[in-house]
Design a protein around this ligand. Structure first.
Ligand SMILES: Nc1ncnc2c1ncn2[C@@H]1O[C@H](COP(=O)(O)OP(=O)(O)OP(=O)(O)O)[C@@H](O)[C@H]1O
Length: 389
């Protein structure tokens, strides 16, 4: 390393991830909203419905406090859509049925007691959609699921069986608040698209037991896969043997189904079925699209760091060669001993380096987390790895 005289060569200030990231266009954020891509990729996505949200429901989500529906007190109006229109986006319900209450004071009280008085048709539509999807769903808004609110759920999962289950999770989640209040954070400021132009949807996905070991996050840039990462932060011994099969399946899935996504750079999550079955095609095991995320700093970089991904992005490759695509797995360790990896709340996971360093205990984890930002910045500047001896 060449040491410069600080007087004659002022030090370059450390660059943050946001400074080294290519500008994110608002159109990219919009393309990654579930309802934007779901129409195109319905056949490769587990069964889901998107319900356009009304201003009244969005106001309810934004309000402080959690008042849940008293279903006994709600008489849902007749359905406005066919509940089994599997692939159809549902039409937005109107705010109130004709003949709404005349006494404004009573009305106010009713609304305070039972928020669904403000969106009875939407409430009813949500109920019907849960039933149409088999009685158990997992919710999300345009980009995020309320994974940070699992502590509010009786089952500690994202499984919801009633509209009240859904409202409780959505209203308790900072990730949902982020979708509502900061959708265009870190995007190109010169792009004038206003956040107010966003149509919000409630996404209800038919709930099924996913094996978290088989969820993978894939980073794509310039329509080329840069890397594939295990998404859940637990060590699964059996994955090691499956590494090349995972690579083959995910690369094949991308080439066949996703290479035409409107943006060249994006991040997708997929689920590899545990066993081969009929309908899995030539590849045997079926691969499902779970989510498409922005190629942006706020997207979790899983077992990679964004610094690494950005470096891979600029590397020249002769031609797309699936053998060079790294599948990164958590190779060692005992999840029981770490005590923080969970199957359904991957946002609670910590950097791979921390896991491999065996940091345990809440205080030690937080201490490490406080120092993590600095470590990341070093790695991104290329100093962290280079300084290792
Ligand atoms: N249909 C489903 N049934 C059961 N669980 C599901 C289903 N779809 C997704 N999940 C679980 O919910 C998790 C979160 O889903 P999703 O990736 O859509 O949320 P997200 O908030 O966008 O996550 P991230 O912020 O990490 O991108 C998935 O990792 C998966 O474990």
């Amino acid at each position: 390393m060449v040491h410069q005289d600080p007087d004659s060569h002022p030090l370059t200030p450390p660059q943050t991830l946001h400074e080294i990231f290519p500008p994110v266009q608002k159109s990219h954020i919009l393309n990654c909203a579930f309802a934007s891509w779901h129409t195109r990729y319905k056949s490769i996505t587990p069964k889901a419905r998107t319900i356009p949200l009304t201003p009244e429901f969005l106001a309810y989500l934004r309000e402080d406090g959690i008042i849940l529906p008293d279903d006994e007190g709600v008489s849902p109006p007749a359905a406005t859509t066919t509940a089994d229109s599997d692939d159809e986006e549902m039409s937005a319900p109107s705010n109130f049925p004709p003949g709404e209450a005349e006494d404004e004071e009573d009305d106010e009280e009713d609304r305070a007691r039972n928020p669904t008085q403000r969106f009875p048709q939407l409430h009813s539509q949500i109920k019907q959609t849960i039933a149409a999807l088999g009685g158990a769903v997992t919710p999300k808004l345009n980009w995020s699921s309320p994974k940070d609110a699992l502590f509010m759920s009786a089952t500690h999962t994202l499984e919801c069986r009633t509209p009240g289950d859904i409202y409780l999770l959505l209203k308790s989640s900072d990730f949902i608040t982020h979708d509502l209040e900061h959708p265009f954070d870190d995007t190109d400021p010169s792009d004038p698209t206003p956040a107010s132009s966003i149509q919000y949807h409630l996404v209800l996905r038919k709930y099924f037991n996913m094996n978290p070991a088989l969820e993978f996050r894939t980073f794509v840039a310039g329509r080329r896969i840069l890397g594939i990462s295990q998404r859940d932060l637990n060590h699964y011994a059996f994955l090691g043997e499956l590494k090349s099969e995972i690579r083959r399946l995910v690369v094949g899935f991308f080439n066949e189904s996703l290479a035409g996504f409107p943006d060249g750079d994006f991040v997708f999550d997929c689920y590899v079925e545990p066993t081969a079955r009929e309908g899995g095609g030539e590849r045997g095991r079926r691969v499902w699209l779970v989510d498409i995320n922005p190629f942006a700093p706020r997207t979790d970089s899983a077992l990679f760091s964004w610094g690494e991904i950005l470096r891979l992005r600029t590397q020249e490759v002769e031609e797309a060669d699936e053998e060079v695509v790294e599948v990164r797995l958590l190779e060692s360790g005992d999840p029981e001993a770490w005590g923080f990896g969970t199957a359904t709340y991957s946002a609670s996971k910590l950097p791979r380096e921390l896991v491999e360093a065996g940091v345990q205990g809440e205080e030690a984890v937080w201490e490490f987390a406080r120092r993590w930002k600095g470590i990341m910045e070093e790695i991104e500047r290329g100093e962290g790895e280079g300084s290792e001896t």
